[in-house]
Design a protein around this ligand. Structure first.
Ligand code: MN
Ligand code: MN
Length: 463
């Protein structure tokens, strides 16, 4: 009797593998394969935008034209500064019933080259100086293979794409760490100070320019190679965005292949989930579905391509105008899933987590009522009513999910784009895939949780 009572009254925690059907398992594995392809095609926000446009146009999306009339089923998109993109499928209901929005970010922590990156000191080597982007643990970025991705914009308007280090046979770059034999002094430093930002200097060449009359011959030789390949001079670095990213291919992790290891799950795992869910919801959308893949989340969402910018408002206003819907009414009835990764409980660092409210491996998508740090600071804190709505939608769609916080309240915290969406007056809820080693050069998540993030996004689109 007592067992039955506990089943009725107490919440049941189960491993997702005990709950999914054989059919779901097949779909989950296929989803994982598709996601790895997306990961390998977009290392930076620009590359993710390009890949998203390619996928969208293949499915009949076209750029939104301001002032055009739209009808149910129309599929449109707009990019912002080549670094953010919004896609929409017009639903059968008026936008005054509200839009269903899934928002994720496509920027991720990395090492950006400084505007004057190239130098030669006295080590018989040329290096690039970097300025790290986002919350990295600097010691993790030394002695790993790095690739270089980005663009160089020339004064005449030409944009040169750079992608070195990811194709088989490509050269790669690295930041050599100090050898342990000589690291006594460094080893006594606190972890966060042992490697300093100004030590994150990437080696890019060691062969001197042949003319012995020249100075800085190693730097010159690197510049000569870049000039030959891209037609650039040193000044062109001033108008470039070049990012050093880990040169790791996305790969299955575990002897059972149940997990995926990759650079930049945060937040491409939720970006891909939001995007694919919108594509797959197309035929049955009632409310208009919108997918935002934004930039700058990792550095506070500021800037014209971040969620603090009004590029989303302009897009939604244009959508409303295209069908004569009232913008404010649309906003008031809209819902936004702020789709961003959360932390999975890591038994190796038990002290950092509050296990009863931690993200769970193979527990499905993590739903976060609030994020923030130290007393929910910076969180949008979804209302209990919104949480109840989410429970209903997810349960009805058979999505595996659990509620979670980032970690112990006093240990730290983090934010998402949720409060920027909430500031617009849109009911917003945080949800995402639990990760291990978030912001590390190589992050890990489970295939089941990836798949359930997609299922969650789809459930909201279809509600
Ligand atoms: Mn994130
Ligand atoms: Mn992040």
């Amino acid at each position: 009797m007592s067992e039955k009572m506990s089943k009725q009254l107490l919440s049941q925690r189960k491993n997702g593998y005990d709950l999914i059907t054989a059919e779901e398992r097949l779909e989950m594995n296929a989803y994982g394969e598709e996601y790895k392809v997306f990961l390998s095609r977009g290392c930076t926000e620009r590359e993710c935008v390009e890949e998203t446009i390619r996928m969208a146009e293949e499915r009949g999306f076209r750029p939104l034209v301001r002032g055009e009339k739209l009808v149910p089923g129309d599929k449109v998109y707009r990019t912002e500064g080549n670094k953010a993109i919004i896609l929409a499928i017009i639903g059968s209901e008026s936008l005054e019933k509200g839009a269903v929005i899934c928002g994720a970010h496509i920027d991720n922590p990395r090492l950006d080259l400084k505007p004057n990156p190239l130098y030669e000191d006295d080590g018989e080597v040329a290096r690039f100086k970097t300025h790290y982007y986002g919350g990295i643990r600097k010691y993790q970025w030394v002695s790993i293979p790095l690739a270089l991705h980005g663009v160089i914009c020339k004064k005449d308007g030409t944009i040169i794409r750079v992608s070195i280090g990811d194709e088989p046979g490509d050269p790669q770059l690295t930041i050599p760490d100090l050898l342990p034999h000589l690291a006594d002094k460094q080893a006594k430093e606190p972890l966060w100070q042992a490697i300093k930002a100004e030590d994150l200097n990437i080696i890019v060449g060691s062969e001197p320019y042949p003319d012995t009359e020249e100075t800085d011959r190693i730097k010159l030789q690197v510049m000569a190679i870049l000039n030959e390949k891209y037609g650039i001079t040193e000044d062109d670095f001033n108008s470039a965005e070049l990012c050093a990213v880990p040169a790791f291919r996305p790969t299955d992790i575990g002897l059972d292949r149940s997990m995926i290891g990759a650079f930049g799950h945060d937040d491409r795992v939720c970006s891909f989930a939001s995007l694919k869910a919108l594509f797959d919801a197309e035929k049955s959308l009632k409310r208009t579905g919108i997918c935002i893949l934004t930039d700058k989340e990792e550095i506070g969402s500021y800037g014209v391509t971040g969620m603090d910018s009004n590029y989303f408002d302009r897009f939604l206003e244009d959508l409303c105008r295209s069908e004569g819907a009232d913008y404010n009414t649309c906003i008031e009835h809209s819902f936004c899933l702020s789709c961003d990764v959360t932390a999975a409980y890591d038994e190796n660092y038990k002290y950092a987590y509050e296990k009863r409210n931690a993200g769970r491996w193979n527990g499905g998508v993590g739903i976060c009522k609030y994020t923030g740090a130290r007393g929910k600071s910076g969180a949008s804190d979804a209302t209990a009513e919104v949480m109840a709505y989410a429970r209903r939608v997810l349960d009805e769609a058979g999505v595996l999910w659990h509620v979670c916080e980032l970690g112990k309240a006093d240990e730290g915290g983090g934010g998402t784009i949720a409060h920027y969406m909430a500031r617009r007056g849109i009911a917003t809820l945080d949800a995402g895939t639990p990760l291990l080693a978030m912001h590390a050069p190589f992050e890990v998540c489970t295939k089941l949780d990836c798949y359930m993030t997609y299922r969650a996004a789809k459930a909201f689109y279809l509600d």
